[in-house]
Design a protein around this ligand. Structure first.
Ligand code: ATP
Length: 298
């Protein structure tokens, strides 16, 4: 029997390894973009996260030398702060997140996590420290339970269920005939955008990384899913350093700091009230969005 079971166990092992590897990537759209040129330094150490403080120092970046994208970015996200990035489409918000993940290296300047230049640490340790909730979450052809579980394969059944509860997915799960065992993904049940984002939040809750990155969906969700996502995020973000790419300003009015980007530069930063008082680009974006919301809600 040994001979029969060995290969099966081995296949199971390979399958878990592959899913484990994906757990550190999560964001497939970033993956597809990835240039293979980023290598670990031969003598690199693992990142040591003590507080989760992030610092961008005079960062310049271009994908191609003839087209600068980010110019002289300087900002700090203090430990435990929730910071939002806002700005027009193409301003460079997602690029900033890709640099923090080190899918690309900066052209000038440096990015530090707890004082360590991210080019000096292993990529594996860097990505282990960060959890991302992307706009469009990739689901595997597996059960809903396993889709959350893979984020931390050594988690117990109770821990997975708790993550699902904290992500405000419990009611959804209870509405399904097969509950946690419902097959999802390409060949299974199709989840709505809001449900998929909550699966991503459940994964992050299970993984418990010190740094959280949230890419708010551009497509509008119904206000019920949006409310559920926001309160789920609040519970995860507590005590963690988090960076939110926000499209709807109403979701980030209580952020500790808001970075306003325009054409690859930070043109303003401050709290919601400070930025309104400054009456600059943010105040204009806010007015436009308030008007749009009034037009859709009669
Ligand atoms: P949006 O709100 O629309 O998502 P954004 O602020 O996140 O926009 P980025 O995606 O960071 O903007 O893009 C900034 C600029 O970089 C854009 O002009 C874009 O065309 C360019 N860009 C993004 N990815 C690449 C890439 N892989 N290669 C070349 N140029 C790129």
């Amino acid at each position: 029997t040994m001979q029969i079971f060995m290969p099966l166990n081995f296949l199971g092992f390979v399958y878990r390894e592959i899913r484990g590897a994906l757990a550190n990537i999560e964001n497939l759209f970033i993956l597809l973009d990835k240039t293979p040129s980023i290598n670990d330094k031969p003598d690199c150490q693992d990142l040591v996260v003590s507080k989760g403080r992030i610092e961008f120092c005079q960062v310049d970046f271009h994908y191609r030398p003839d087209r600068p994208i980010l110019r002289n970015l300087n900002f700090v996200i203090e430990s435990g702060q929730r910071v939002a990035v806002v700005g027009d489409s193409g301003a460079g918000k997602s690029t900033l997140v890709k640099l923090l993940f080190r899918f690309y290296d900066v052209s000038q300047g440096s990015i530090l996590v707890d004082g360590q230049d991210i080019r000096d640490v292993s990529q594996q340790s860097l990505r282990k420290a960060m959890g991302i909730v992307p706009q469009d979450t990739v689901l595997f052809n597996d059960t809903l339970f396993e889709n959350v579980h893979y984020a931390r394969p050594d988690a117990s059944e109770e821990e997975v269920k708790q993550a699902i509860r904290l992500a405000h997915l419990q009611q959804f799960v209870e509405s399904l005939p097969d509950g946690y065992q419902t097959m999802v993904g390409e060949r299974g049940l199709k989840l709505s955008g809001g449900e998929k984002q909550r699966v991503a939040i459940a994964r992050v809750i299970l993984k418990r990384p010190p740094i959280l990155l949230f890419d708010e969906a551009t497509s509008s969700l119904d206000s019920q899913s949006e409310g559920a996502i926001l309160s789920a995020l609040r519970s995860v973000a507590k005590g963690h350093t988090s960076l939110v790419i926000a499209h709807r300003l109403s979701t980030i009015v209580d952020a500790d700091n808001i970075l306003v980007m325009q054409q690859g530069q930070i043109v303003e930063q401050g709290s919601h009230l400070e930025l309104l008082a400054a009456n600059g680009h943010y105040a204009r974006l806010w007015q436009i969005q308030q008007q749009e919301e009034q037009e859709v809600t009669p």
